[in-house]
Design a protein around this ligand. Structure first.
Ligand code: NAI
Ligand code: MG
Length: 491
């Protein structure tokens, strides 16, 4: 691999590395820091303040004060919306720098960070800015001489725990509805990607959010994350990550009866019928699995292809996959960067080994790329059986399992044979078939003749073990509001 060309403007001094608590940048109480590394070079980027239970307590208290007695609660809803708009504008003004930090810390190609993630971040915040003054209750016709109405009030202090695959996008999905609803926030970013979120914290202060409304505490899951979940001053936990982590969080959160929403993993079926536009379906299948190095909760990792077109589909996929450009994520032509860290790299490589052992055929990739950085060649397995590990488990990497099927009913049954239910896709020119299959797939999102189409207005979340609740759209506002019923005697 050629040398990695980090942009010169990202000097250590320009990176924010402290904790944001009560509107101030502070070191952790313990004075501890942890290193964040560049996954493309395995080199050290910066040492970041490492928060634990003490810092979480300070942040929750600040968020509590801001919620219970700060100017935030008295602010007109429309002015809250204007602050969110101001933040979106500042992100847009600083879009190049934010994209570069994201690429440096996460390894995703700059073309995706700059052209995909960041524009969606801005759009999502603008969308929720518009909701701030439109969160309305209802009047209810009850028996007797009473007037009954409902109010939607902010749930309070929201603890938000996010993963490393789309750091800034996860912030937008979580801050947008929480701020629109009038909540205050303590955010715990992922330990692999602490940097871009801190930059957003700087912009939030510049935008004028009152002290304590947005707090950011970096640190590890078992310490900072767990203290946030356990803290009695937190009203709600929103989490995106692994199912096993969600179980731990769920058990801890119930002690103080926190509201929870979870967005977890998947093993999403992508079903291609022989009557599909095959060129479009090939591109959709590639996007579905390889976007973001395969580190997507909704990755289309089980590709079902109807037998009439199975062989030609695989050879077309392989030709395109072998032409993908891997390498320096700062090169604008790069399509695939490194996996996030050594742990994920090892996990993915062990699944590739299992796929080979269990008898699937490697059609492309199947090995590491280069000798430095956590790069894995985009991999395609053919002749995959439903019970192989690569067909059942979330790999969270650039590994596609291609599975042959014959009939519609069979495709639906096999697609639904998983505990996950986040997303699915169907490719066919028969529109009636497409809709009827979409209705029968047990997944929170179904794409027809497209993949990975996201919009701030369209709800997203999982059936079954892929999560609880929905993010995005009007629906996500429910995650951050309590419904209050007020009844007045008219006698
Ligand atoms: P994870 O679920 O452990 O980490 C996600 C976030 O939760 C991080 O901020 C982490 O610090 C925090 N966390 C971890 N343990 C915690 C605890 N006990 N209490 C509170 N917070 C805690 O996910 P990880 O280890 O990074 O990745 C493991 C696997 O999870 C991946 O291989 C992938 O399969 C899946 N995953 C799914 C994601 C999605 O978008 N649905 C995102 C990231 C990972
Ligand atoms: Mg973990």
């Amino acid at each position: 691999m050629a040398t990695v060309t980090e942009p010169r403007r990202l000097t250590k001094r320009s990176l924010q590395t402290k904790l944001l608590i009560d509107g101030k940048w502070v070191d952790s109480a313990s004075g501890k820091t942890f290193a964040t590394i560049n996954p493309a070079t395995e080199e050290h980027i910066a040492d970041v303040a490492e928060g634990d239970a003490v810092d979480i307590d300070l942040a929750v208290k600040a968020a509590r004060r801001a919620f219970d007695s700060g100017p935030w609660r008295k602010m007109d809803a429309r002015d809250r919306g204007r602050l969110i708009t101001r933040l979106a504008d500042l992100i847009e003004e600083n879009i190049d720098e934010l994209a570069e930090i994201e690429t440096l810390d996460n390894g995703k190609p700059i073309s995706e960070a700059r052209g995909g993630d960041l524009p969606l971040v801005v759009d999502c915040l603008r969308y929720y800015a518009g909701w701030a003054d439109k969160i309305q209750g209802a009047t209810i016709p009850v028996r007797g001489n009473y007037f009954t109405y409902t109010r939607k009030e902010p749930v309070g202090v929201a603890g938000q725990i996010i993963p490393w695959n789309f750091p800034l996008m996860m912030v937008a999905w979580k801050w947008g509805p929480a701020l629109a609803a009038g909540c205050t926030i303590v955010m715990k970013p992922a330990e692999q990607t602490p940097l871009s979120v801190l930059k957003l914290g700087e912009l939030a202060i510049e935008a004028g959010f009152p002290n304590g409304v947005i707090n950011i505490v970096n640190g590890f899951g078992e310490t900072a994350g767990a203290s946030l979940v356990a803290h009695p001053g937190v009203d709600k936990i929103a989490f995106t990550g692994e199912g096993n982590t969600a179980k731990i969080i769920s058990r801890a959160a119930v002690e103080t009866m926190k509201r929870i929403t979870f967005e977890l993993g998947g093993k999403s079926p992508n079903i291609v019928f022989a009557d599909a536009d095959i060129d479009k379906a090939v591109d959709g299948a590639l996007l579905g699995i390889y976007l973001n190095q395969g580190q997507c909760c909704c990755a289309g990792s089980r590709l079902f292809v109807q037998e009439e077109v199975y062989d030609q589909f695989i050879s077309r996929l392989a030709a395109k996959v072998n032409a993908r450009s891997l390498g320096d994520p700062f090169d604008p032509a790069t399509q695939q960067g490194p996996q996030i860290d050594k742990a994920q790299f090892d996990k993915i490589m062990s699944y590739i080994a299992k796929g080979k052992e269990q008898g699937a055929t490697v059609v492309a990739g199947g090995e590491r790329f280069g000798t430095k950085g956590f790069f894995i060649k985009p991999t395609i397995f053919a002749d995959v059986k439903d019970d192989m590990a690569i067909a059942c488990d979330e790999i969270f990497g650039p590994v596609l399992s291609v599975i042959k099927f014959k009939e519609v009913e069979e495709a639906i049954t096999r697609a639904n044979t998983t505990d996950f239910g986040l997303a699915a896709a169907v490719w066919t020119r028969d529109i009636a078939k497409a809709h009827s299959i979409a209705h029968r797939l047990r997944a929170g999102t179904v794409w027809i003749n497209c993949y990975d189409v996201f919009d701030a207005a369209a709800p997203f979340g999982g059936f079954k073990r892929s999560g609880i609740g929905r993010e995005l759209g009007e629906k996500a506002l429910d995650n951050y509001t309590e419904l209050k019923t007020v009844t007045v005697s008219l006698d």
